[in-house]
Design a protein around this ligand. Structure first.
Ligand code: SF4
Ligand code: SF4
Length: 423
C-alpha cells in the first residue's frame, strides 16, 4: 500500500474519487530494493478524515501515478525520482548511510592497525571520519575565522562542518532529514513504532516547548565554551595530542562502551520508537545549531491560501509537528525540509518549496539534487584544494595510538595538558 492509497479512501468520502496525492498507483511486481524501502517508508503517513467541505477544481487535482506501468526498471526509477520526493530522499539516506558504514569499517581497520603496534596490515585512515568530530570542527572554524589558517590536523572535519552549515543556510535543516545517519536511524525507529502501535506519541505543548529548548541549552554551552577561547587556546587544543587522535578516542569509546553508555543509547532508541525524532527534536545540539542557521534559508515550504482546501493532511504528515496548514511560509526552526507535507498535499501547486510566495516552485527532485550537490561541492572543494587529508604521518599515528590512554591524551572542557609542540 502506498501513500496515495492510504489517503484516497479518506478523500473519496468528501471530495472526489479522482483526488489523490503525488505517490500512488497499482502494486508493482518488479520493484527495486530502493523502491521497496521507499514504499515501506511512505506507507505510514497518518491519515485523517478531511474536515473540509471544499472541492478540488478538476484541473488542480493531483493525479495518482502508477509507476508500475513503466516496465523498464531504469526508466521507472528515473520517472519515480522525478515525481516522488520521498523515494529520492530514502535513496539519498540509504546512500549516505552506506557511506558512513564504509567509513566506519575503514576506520576500524585503521585503528586495529594502530592498536596492534604495526602487526596488523596497515589501512589508510578515511578522512570522512572527521565529520563525527563536531566540537573539534567548531574550534577549527573559529581558528580559521580568526587567523585565516585551515589547520592540518582535522581539515576535512572543518569542510564537512562548512558543508552542513551551507546546506542549513540554503535549504533549512535538510541535512537532518536527508543526510544525517542519526536522523535516518531516528526516522526508522519512529516509523517502526508507528507500524507496530499504529501511532506515535506527541508530547503535550507544555512539555514539548521546554524539552525542545534542551538542545539549545546544550548548543549554547558548547558555543559559549568555544567562543571564550582565544587564539592561543584554540591553537593549543587543535595541535594537542588529544585532538590529533580525537577520532581514535571516539572510536574506542564505542568499541569499549560502558554499560552506562549502552543503557543511555538504548533508552534514547526506545524513546525514539514512541516519540518522533526524540533525539533530534529534544537533545541534538547540532540540530539546534542548524535550526538557528536555517532561519537564514531563502527556500521555505510555501502554502498558497487561494487553492488550499484546508484538509490538514500536511500538518498530520509533518514529523516535526508544524501546523503547515495554517502557515503561508514555514519559518519554524524545526522544519527539516523532508518534503513529506508536499508529498501528501492533494492539490497541485498549493504546497511547494519556493524562494518567495510569488516565485515559481522548486521541483522536489531539484531540491534533492541541491541537498546532495551543496554537500558534495564543499567537500569536493576540500579535496581539490588539498584540505582533505591531514598531515599526521603513519609513523606518528603508530607512536601515538598505543599511548592513547595516558594522561597526555585527555582534556577537560577544552583545556589540554601541557605538551611539546615539536614532539
Ligand atoms: S513542514 Fe514539511 S518539510 Fe518541514 S518538517 Fe514538516 S513535513 Fe517536513
Ligand atoms: S496545503 Fe495542507 S491543508 Fe492545504 S490542501 Fe495541501 S495538504 Fe491540505
Amino acid at each position: 500500500m502506498r501513500t496515495g492509497e492510504m489517503i484516497q479512501p479518506v478523500i473519496n468520502e468528501h471530495v472526489d474519487p479522482d483526488t489523490v496525492c503525488e505517490i500512488g498507483g497499482g502494486i508493482s511486481t518488479s520493484k527495486s530494493f530502493v523502491e521497496t524501502v521507499a514504499d515501506k517508508w511512505t506507507q505510514n503517513v497518518p491519515t485523517r478524515r478531511l474536515r473540509t467541505t471544499k472541492r478540488i477544481p478538476p484541473d488542480l487535482r493531483r493525479k495518482r501515478i502508477d509507476f508500475s506501468t513503466e516496465k523498464n526498471w531504469l526508466r521507472r526509477i528515473l520517472w519515480r525520482s522525478r515525481e516522488d520526493s520521498q523515494f529520492v530522499r530514502t535513496g539519498v539516506q540509504l546512500a549516505f548511510g552506506l557511506l558512513c558504514l564504509w567509513i566506519g569499517v575503514e576506520f576500524y581497520l585503521f585503528v586495529s592497525w594502530g592498536r596492534s603496534a604495526g602487526v596488523a596490515a596497515f589501512h589508510t585512515r578515511p578522512p570522512g571520519v572527521e565529520g563525527f568530530l563536531p566540537i573539534s570542527s567548531l574550534i577549527s572554524l573559529k581558528y580559521w575565522l580568526q587567523t585565516g589558517v585551515i589547520n592540518e590536523v582535522h581539515p576535512s572535519g572543518l569542510f564537512i562542518f562548512l558543508a552542513i552549515l551551507f546546506v542549513g543556510m540554503l535549504l533549512k535543516k535538510a541535512f537532518c532529514s536527508w543526510l544525517c545517519p542519526i536522523g535516518t536511524i531516528s526516522e526508522s525507529l519512529w516509523r517502526f513504532g508507528q507500524k507496530l502501535f499504529k501511532r506515535n506519541i506527541a508530547a503535550p505543548k507544555w512539555l514539548d516547548y521546554p524539552l525542545r529548548s534542551l538542545k539549545y541549552v546544550l548548543m549554547a554551552f558548547f558555543v559559549y565554551s568555544i567562543w571564550q577561547m582565544d587564539v592561543d587556546s584554540l591553537r593549543s587544543f587543535i595541535y594537542s595530542p588529544y585532538n590529533k587522535v580525537a577520532d581514535v578516542k571516539m572510536f574506542l569509546f564505542f568499541a569499549n562502551i560502558s554499560s552506562l553508555a549502552v543503557w543511555t543509547i538504548l533508552s534514547l532508541a526506545l524513546l525514539s520508537v514512541f516519540v518522533k525524532n526524540f533525539w533530534c527534536r529534544y537533545l541534538c545540539p547540532y540540530g539546534a545549531f542548524l535550526g538557528v542557521v536555517s532561519l537564514l534559508s531563502p527556500l521555505k515550504i510555501t502554502r498558497q491560501k487561494s487553492t488550499c482546501i484546508d484538509c490538514e493532511l500536511c500538518t498530520k504528515a509533518c514529523p516535526a509537528g508544524i501546523n503547515v496548514h495554517t502557515a503561508t511560509r514555514v519559518w519554524s526552526d524545526e522544519c527539516m525540509s523532508c518534503l513529506e507535507c508536499i508529498a501528501v498535499c492533494p492539490v497541485k501547486n498549493t504546497l511547494d518549496v519556493r524562494l518567495t510566495k510569488k516565485t515559481e516552485p522548486i521541483p522536489t527532485w531539484v531540491f534533492g539534487t541541491l541537498v546532495t550537490g551543496v554537500f558534495i561541492a564543499v567537500t569536493g572543494l576540500a579535496m581539490l584544494s588539498g584540505h582533505w587529508q591531514n598531515n599526521i604521518s603513519k609513523a606518528e599515528y603508530a607512536r601515538r595510538i598505543p599511548q592513547i590512554d595516558s594522561p597526555l591524551y585527555q582534556h577537560f572542557r577544552g583545556q589540554v595538558p601541557a605538551y611539546d609542540p615539536n614532539e
